[in-house]
Write a protein that binds this ligand. Structure first.
Ligand SMILES: NC(=O)c1ccc[n+]([C@@H]2O[C@H](COP(=O)([O-])OP(=O)(O)OC[C@H]3O[C@@H](n4cnc5c(N)ncnc54)[C@H](O)[C@@H]3O)[C@@H](O)[C@H]2O)c1
Length: 371
């Protein structure tokens, strides 16, 4: 198969769809890989590294899109990239379509086969291609929150762990999955007072056992969220209903009643955010303030630690890239029900139920299209 890796163009995005070692795995198997020039330069993978791995370098994204049968990226395709997609092309990347009607419409019109990393599943009910980025974002969320609490950012001037004789900050983590667990690990390490809310009893049991009662794992109801959010110095939003837009669990009214100078890191912003007052921000200008509450809502947090993130992501995506390249999308999707769960859009139809429901569009069973 001919595989194309364009340079990412989203604001301050330095990750890349494939690192040279992944390219080598594919070229060793006889596949052809085109990489846009300088695609990995921001994280110290230069064109020569890709050439040494067997890739050919092209000067523009346009050339990569023209030649490739499969495009491998990191972030959702931007409008100029969507305009280059063809109906005989396979796109494998993060999409996060549920809160994004313009992107969904463009992918539908392109006719391309679009597989989203974030809805590929595994045997344990997890999301194996979201997990590595959630580990990174979860760990980063505490760093981001610590900065948001500083006076210069509009925060209440609190050190998360306190000092001897001074109480630590109260951190409330909503969602105890991959983001929440990794955030808790950092927060506990810093000595903060940590509450995690989840509506999965299994998740609460796991958290309790993992942190040996160093966190309070609480069942997530509207009342519990209200109580803890109003007491919080820092709130981390890490909920996920796979494929669907994030539920708005922290409301405008909560924000009005939160402590002045408290902070929210809404990691779930890539699914629309779980806070009513959240809107996506960038690494260049990551925070804004609503009713004296500092909001950090960067939709591509792992982009800030792009080298770590790219290698972690590639470790997870490589087996699927190889499967798609070796078998072609049709056979690969028919043979692997977990990869099939990643199929969001195919030949002008929406094949992910949650995306269709979130956007009020028609869902078509992918098995019918693949038959
Ligand atoms: N901003 C970024 O850069 C970035 C990076 C990585 C992941 N994310 C996003 O972070 C979010 C969380 O990802 P994850 O990998 O941790 O998902 P996950 O599936 O591992 O965990 C989500 C958790 O939310 C819980 N949940 C669902 N509804 C809830 C509710 N009403 N109250 C409390 N908990 C609830 C689930 O039970 C689950 O335990 C996703 O939206 C993901 O896309 C964002």
């Amino acid at each position: 198969m001919i595989i194309g890796v364009p340079k990412e163009i989203k604001n301050h995005e330095y990750r890349v769809g494939m690192v040279p070692s992944s390219v080598r795995e594919l070229t060793n198997k006889g596949h052809v890989v085109y990489v846009e020039t300088n695609a990995g330069l921001g994280i110290d993978f230069n064109d020569q590294d890709y050439i040494d791995a067997g890739a050919s370098i092209l000067n523009t994204a346009k050339e990569v899109f023209e030649k490739a049968e499969m495009i491998v990226k990191v972030k959702e395709p931007q409008a100029v990239e969507r305009a280059m997609l063809r109906q005989d092309q396979l796109l494998f990347t993060y999409l996060h379509l549920a809160p994004d009607l313009p992107q969904t419409n463009d992918l539908v019109s392109s006719g391309a086969v679009c597989i989203a990393y974030e809805t590929v599943t595994d045997n344990r009910g997890g999301l194996p291609l979201l997990a590595p980025m959630s580990e990174v974002a979860g760990r980063m969320s505490i760093q981001a929150g610590a900065m948001a609490l500083e006076k210069s950012k509009g925060g209440r001037g609190m050190l998360l762990g306190g000092v001897p004789g001074v109480e630590p900050a109260k951190i409330v983590i909503i969602g105890g999955g991959m983001v929440g667990t990794n955030a808790a690990q950092m927060a506990v390490g810093l000595g903060a007072d940590v509450v995690i809310l989840d509506r999965s009893i299994d998740a609460l049991r796991r958290l309790n056992a993992q942190f040996d009662n160093r966190v309070k794992a609480i069942y997530s109801t509207a009342a519990a969220i209200e109580k803890h959010v109003l007491e919080a110095d820092l709130v981390i939003g890490g909920v996920l209903v796979p494929g669907a837009a994030a539920p708005k669990l922290v409301t405008k009214e909560h924000i009005k009643q939160m402590k002045p100078g408290s902070a929210i890191v809404d990691v779930a912003i890539d699914q629309g955010g779980c806070v009513e007052t959240s809107h996506a921000t960038t690494h260049q200008d990551p925070t804004y303030i609503v009713d004296d509450v500092v909001h950090y809502c960067v939709a591509n947090m792992p982009g800030a630690v792009a080298r770590t993130s790219t290698v972690a992501l590639n470790n997870a995506t490589l087996p699927y890239i190889i499967k798609l390249a070796d078998l072609g999308y049709r056979n690969a999707l028919l043979q692997d029900k977990h990869l099939l769960n990643g199929l969001n859009v195919m030949h002008g139809k929406i094949t992910c139920k949650e995306v269709a429901e979130a956007l009020g569009l028609e869902f078509v069973d992918p098995k019918i299209l693949l038959a």
